[in-house]
Design a protein around this ligand. Structure first.
Ligand code: ADP
Ligand code: MG
Length: 256
């Protein structure tokens, strides 16, 4: 049988998962995002790099709708980001976010941190939420820390809990905004390894990072931003060996 049935056709998903078109944003007089066009395919890992202040965090925050935009459109899996309300909460839950500062709830245990969103947003039952939380904590290598409080964990462990917490929502895409920048050097790799594994498992990821080793080994594409614009984008090999724009050449000469 070669013909695809209607039912099968329905589960064929378009490959474009995150689509930004002509996105503009200002903070007062500052034009922080300028005509951003960016399309991320399902399963793609995109690393965003660029000088401090170029708009990388703001870009992440608009995709999660933590920031509004002034013009343009952002769609996740074919649905435009709504302005507010329940539809927004649902779409936002499709976008997992991991920040530089781990942002765990200090007065809740590790296990509770990973269960909370499942109970509140996904309305999972307690037993299912706990089972899933434990399995995710195992997956990121902190299963034995489940009953501790965040402050009792190292920074690297806390960041892995934050990743597990985001994954517990079954996000369609994961955003990482400098997830290792606040970590002591010896803890950076344990977090990058979890991210590498996630990438190999097929997660769609947008990663703002200065870890060029990660970009080279895990990214399908590097997006270079400067002054609120996407100046250049390319496969990592090409970008690092042969950056085309002067801004990118200048940036790489400073960090490599
Ligand atoms: P990056 O993450 O690339 O360092 P950001 O997106 O954090 O850049 O910031 C881009 C620019 O926008 C910076 O000049 C920053 O000072 C400014 N900015 C960021 N957030 C705000 C805000 N809430 N209000 C005003 N200006 C902001
Ligand atoms: Mg930033």
């Amino acid at each position: 049988m070669t013909e695809v049935s209607t039912a099968e056709k329905d589960v064929v998903r378009p490959s474009e998962l995150v689509v930004l078109k002509s996105v503009n944003k200002h903070f007062g007089a500052l034009h922080v995002l300028q005509d951003i066009d960016l399309t991320i395919a399902r399963g793609e890992v995109v690393v965003v790099i660029g000088p401090s202040g170029s708009g990388k965090s703001t870009l992440c925050r608009t995709i999660n709708r933590l920031e509004t935009i002034d013009s343009g459109t952002i769609a996740i899996d074919g649905s435009p980001l709504p302005q507010e309300g329940r539809a927004l909460a649902r779409l936002r839950a499709d976008v997992g976010m991991v920040f530089q500062s781990f942002n765990l709830f200090a007065h809740k245990t590790v296990l509770e941190n990973v269960m909370l969103g499942q109970l509140k947003v996904r309305k999972a039952d307690r037993r299912a939420a706990e089972e899933k939380a434990r399995s995710l904590l195992d997956r990121v290598g902190v299963g034995t820390q489940a009953d501790k409080y965040p402050a009792q964990l190292s920074g690297g462990q806390q960041q892995r809990v934050a990743i597990a917490r985001a994954l517990a929502m079954d996000p369609k895409v994961m955003l990482f905004d400098e997830p290792t920048s606040a970590l002591d050097p010896e803890m950076i790799n344990e977090v990058l390894e979890v991210m590498q594994q996630l990438a190999r498992d097929g997660m769609t990821m947008i990663v703002v990072t200065h870890e060029m080793g990660f970009a080279r080994s895990a990214a399908n594409r590097v997006v270079f931003m400067a002054d609120g614009r996407i100046v250049e984008e390319a496969a990592p090999d090409r970008f690092f060996s042969n950056p085309r724009s002067d801004r990118a050449k200048d940036f790489l000469s400073k960090i490599l």
